[in-house]
Ligand binder design. Sequence first.
Ligand code: RAM
Length: 382
Amino acid sequence: MFHRAPRVAAGLALALILTGCSSSATPTPVPATPVPATVAPATTVPATPTVAPATPTAAPTATPCPAGAFTGSVVVIPKQINNPYFDLAFQGVTDAQCDLGGTVSQVGPSTGSDPAAQVPYIQTAITQKASAIVISADDANAIAPALKQAMAAGIKVVGYDSSPAVGAYNVFVNQVGVDLIGTSLADMACDEAPSCTGEIAVLSASQTATNQNAWIAAMKTTLKGSKYSKLVFDGVYYGNDDPQVSTTQAQAMLAAHPNLKVIISPTTVGIVAAAQVITSQNLIGKVFITGLGTPMSMAAFVHSGVAPEFALWAVHDLGYLAYVVAVDLVNGSLKGAVGDTFSVPSLPALNGGKPYTIIANNNVILGPPFVFNKDNVDQFKF
Ligand code: RAM
């Protein structure tokens, strides 16, 4: 059984901590969210659940909470089932399920590198007549025909984290606007490269990942600005969100580019692998890492100086919001058209307490990213 109060307070705590830690030295991409005076101080908030252990094949179906009115079934298909990031998001899903009702299961491939690996899980959801599918795309186009088939069968499709192709979902719940992530990645690399000068390269997830590819493209656009003119971009390597492949690729980057100053890894798996490689090769202080990571997995590297700063969003709340959108689409209170608005009272801080709005390409944005550094990283428990 999950409880509303701790979860809500945990979400607010993120905003509170961010507010307390923003300074001119911290490139917080957006102003901190104002928090109402009635919010409990962060110190009274129970710890957010830690990252769930890796799940070999599929997470067990969560026990439905009796109070919720929703009676539909939701199938969650992450990019890969054994990535702790998606376990965190699924905790948000199950918390929302306990608030709203319904049944939910998480199924998916054990690797994020096969573009079509999610298709059989979509087809099973169609056969089982699921009410909604919530999916993070390994490959936007490879899964589009199956998702369109699901929509034709009356199943609501909600993208989260990594978007399916436009037209193959009802609503895509985006964690943060793409341009904001791109600018953040460029700014953090600029901060970490001495005098914003030298070679930088990206260690990404899979070659087809919609989210990483969009963020890298936005980052490259930002890098054209004069502020970044002394940064030299060495290219993109792909670790497939696999710890071992990411490690091998980080080693290859360092071997191919002996003057590399910063590795930018916009994946929670790659950033840890690269930080470990930099550490084991005694390159602390010579090569830095930044990108997108969970604070608990990166804290040691922040304190050792390998990763002075990196960013992420409230992963739990991404799952929570995706489930809310799925339920609202199924029960008809949300049509999913551009301009539609809806409120999620349990997530007030992330959107400044305002209603969420469906924007272009049927996207809805969860909220701002958080930038972590040595001053704040230990305060986050995910
Ligand atoms: C990995 C996945 C996920 C991405 C995060 C930042 O866990 O690739 O899609 O959003 O990193």
